[in-house]
Design a protein around this ligand. Structure first.
Ligand code: SIN
Length: 486
């Protein structure tokens, strides 16, 4: 048993863009501890390809706000969107000033690309299609604070509106860490779906823990499915084919070469991602035809330089791009819903608990996230949370807690996890039906009654919340496509 005596100024759970940028926003003299489950790069930021959306100049801010609200289908918090788009430019300029290099043209101008549902080119990128990896690497190099690897947070010590610290499972033992402020930046829910683009460690456990601690999740029915994913690779994380490919001209075709998306929306490949996902899903079901991404219009040298991640990853899987067509399917990509917070990332009813990035719900994305707004969200709301912490300087007596813990994993868990993934994909996936959702809810309740480990229970808590939210919202909205039978 080891009880740490240190009381940190802040503990940050997660080392994606939100967590690392929060760490960077604390000066070196603050005592900050970052915690990540496995390796620091095992986060969704690392795999983000397309880029980061940002208003190109002040005149573009209203249009970025408009596009974000349109995509959000009426469920956005307008104030949150204004903050994102207004503060976004400043956050990016600050990132560049700190030394980060986005891709530029030969004259040294920033290159902006287009993605679906943006009314103009406003997506910055780095390393071609390796934007997230480059940003993550930069933030890791910059990080002055202590980082604990291979550590799963298993409990939050919440009492009377204060979070005193966390319990962590590290190297076969439990350890308690204490802090004046706790920031959850642990990402979304990828591992609860059969097909997803997320990092392996993203498994919905912090959301499930928050439910047990009485903190609310919000808009959990709002799950986004990316339309262009190669799902036949081995391993849980499927290969994303960035939306920027379509932004720059790639086509979606069926096996007869038909660009069928125009039968669903006149914007074709540039329709919002939920529409493209549903159209692919529907076309496959209706016609029985395979659907492909066709990149043959790109020059090979250009393609390799602009999309090196995809070029080399797909080459390893046997594709010769840009000439070969790649079979695609939608796959789970991003959770708009999350732990409810205010506009500074603070959890309602708590004095010192924050959630930022994908794990949070500020309602900045509403019912459907506009492409490439998530890295920007990570930058903007991490700065706001830290500013709030520094301004408020919360004053309370941090208490010590015992480090007894439940059993985290039991033998039955891995079989049930696979069943859960399939269930969520079938019932709470791209299209939903009330009957299937209700059956899924019953199955989840049954799993929860079995002799399972704590980590699976947390995952099931989150899944149950998603399914219940989907049942509750009876009309389709944004990414939540429920088939209503009248
Ligand atoms: C992509 O590169 O298509 C993903 C961008 C995003 O999720 O916003």
């Amino acid at each position: 048993m080891k009880l740490s005596d240190t009381i940190y100024d802040a503990i940050i759970i997660g080392t994606g863009i939100a967590g690392l940028n929060a760490a960077a926003s604390f000066s070196r003299d603050k005592n900050v501890l970052l915690i990540c489950k496995e390796n620091s790069w095992d986060c969704n930021t690392f795999y983000a390809q397309g880029g980061v959306a940002v208003a190109v100049d002040d005149e573009d801010i209203p249009s970025h706000i408009h596009d974000t609200l349109e995509a959000g289908a009426g469920l956005c918090d307008e104030k949150a969107v204004e903050i994102l788009c207004n503060d976004g430019r400043d956050a990016i300029d600050d990132f560049i000033k700190r030394g980060f290099l986005f891709d530029k043209d030969e004259e040294g101008n920033l290159l902006y690309t287009k993605e679906a549902a943006h009314s103009r080119n406003r997506i910055l990128h780095a390393g071609g299609d390796a934007t997230g990896r480059h940003m993550h690497h930069f933030l890791m190099q910059e990080n002055p604070h202590k980082l604990l690897y291979n550590s799963t947070v298993t409990d939050l010590f919440i009492e009377d509106g204060y979070c005193h610290g966390v319990r962590v499972y590290h190297k076969d033992e439990f350890r308690n860490y204490y802090a004046k402020n706790i920031i959850i930046a642990s990402g979304g829910v990828g591992s609860i779906y059969e097909y997803h683009t997320n990092a392996r460690a993203i498994s919905a456990d912090m959301q499930g823990l928050c439910i047990e601690k009485g903190c609310d999740l919000r808009d959990m029915e709002m799950m986004q499915f990316h339309p262009t994913v190669f799902i036949h690779n081995r391993g849980a994380r499927k290969q994303l084919l960035t939306e920027a490919l379509r932004g720059e001209g790639a086509h979606i075709v069926d096996e007869n070469g038909k660009r069928f998306l125009f039968e669903y929306d006149q914007r074709g490949e540039l329709s919002p991602r939920s529409k493209v996902s549903r159209a692919i899903f529907d076309w496959k079901k209706k016609t029985g035809l395979e659907v492909y991404l066709n990149c043959s219009m790109f020059d090979e040298v250009f393609f390799r330089e602009r999309f090196p991640t995809i070029y080399f990853n797909l080459r390893d899987m046997g594709f010769n791009l840009p000439n070969d067509e790649v079979p695609i399917s939608p796959a789970f990509h991003y959770a708009m819903g999350g732990i409810e917070t205010d506009l500074n990332g603070k959890v309602p009813g708590m004095h010192n608990l924050y959630a930022i990035g994908e794990v949070a719900s500020t309602r900045v994305h509403g019912a459907n996230r506009l492409a490439s707004n998530s890295l920007l969200e990570g930058l903007v709301f991490s700065r706001r949370a830290v500013k709030d912490i520094l301004q408020n300087d919360v004053d309370f007596q941090v208490k010590k807690f015992s480090n007894e813990e439940e059993i985290l994993k039991k033998p039955i868990d891995s079989k049930l996890k696979n069943e859960l993934r399939h269930l969520m994909w079938e019932a709470a996936g791209i299209t939903r039906e009330k009957k299937k959702l209700q059956e899924a809810l019953e199955k989840i309740e049954k799993m929860l009654k079995k002799d399972i480990g704590k980590l699976l229970r947390l995952r099931l808590n989150t899944s149950r919340n998603i399914v219940k939210s989907a049942i509750y919202r009876e009309e389709p909205l944004g990414a939540h496509y429920i088939i209503t039978k009248r």
